[in-house]
Ligand binder design. Structure first.
Ligand SMILES: [Zn+2]
Length: 242
């Protein structure tokens, strides 16, 4: 472990839930989560995009439009405040937010050091020239790539079966941190669910803030239960006023 004072924060669906973002994570009554009779796992895959691109683009166009109507909540805003004030408070420590969320609510809450390991709704990826472009509109009409003109833009989302982004950067940040905090994640989706074990092996302090005990709770030094708007705000205030 380093005494850097650096904090790595992993966030998941529980941070955005109170902003009204539908995560499609769990279906009603424990069944598969559905969108228009399609299992989400059957829409969010490269195979689905190859088989039925219109369906996949329509799904993501709806999601992209929906998140733009939502607002950051107290948890997003508290984390942005921590990112701003922690370097001074800790004598040089940094805050990195690693998020599994594909919305932009951390950024709109004021955070700047955000790593989207599962991609972003507001980004389009050109598979012809491998460039990425901020994108707020629809993709279903196959608009030309702003860089190369090819109608080859796809959602810049890490689909099931694809490798999450910037894993090396995440492990490097963990290796240089003193504290790992997991907020609003189920502890069920790898590789993110394994970060706490890596953190423990590296000797970091570990804290979980979650609505309920997660599959990974036993790995954390401490777990605080409750809605993210309450637990995150309380934790940040305690840290900054300590
Ligand atoms: Zn292109």
């Amino acid at each position: 472990m380093t005494n850097s004072g650096n904090i790595v924060i992993l966030t998941g669906a529980g941070v955005s839930a109170e902003s009204g973002i539908d995560t499609f994570r769990a279906g009603a009554n424990g069944g598969p989560s559905l969108w228009e009779q399609h299992r989400v796992e059957d829409v969010a895959t490269p195979e689905a995009f190859a088989r039925d691109p219109e369906l996949v683009l329509r799904f993501y166009d709806m999601r992209r439009a929906a998140i733009q109507t939502k607002q950051p909540n107290a948890a997003h805003i508290a984390l942005a405040r921590l990112e701003r004030e922690w370097p001074v408070r800790s004598g040089g420590g940094s805050v990195l937010i690693v998020t599994q969320n594909v919305d932009d609510l951390h950024e709109r809450g004021g955070a700047t050091n955000v790593l989207h390991m599962h991609g972003e709704h507001l980004s389009a990826w050109c598979t012809a020239c491998d460039t990425r472009h901020r994108w707020t509109g629809a993709l279903i009409e196959r608009p030309p790539c702003p860089a190369c003109g090819a109608p080859a833009l796809r959602p810049d989302i890490v689909w099931f079966g694809e490798v999450p982004y910037r894993m090396e950067d995440i492990y490097q940040a963990l290796a240089q941190a003193s504290l790992f905090v997991s907020i609003g994640t189920s502890g069920a989706v790898y590789p993110a669910a394994g970060f706490v074990r890596t953190a423990r092996e590296l000797g970091l302090q570990t804290l979980e803030l979650n609505l309920e005990r997660s599959q990974g709770s036993a790995w954390f030094h401490e777990t605080r239960l409750g809605p993210a708007t309450a637990t995150v705000s309380g934790w940040v205030e305690g840290l900054l006023e300590r």
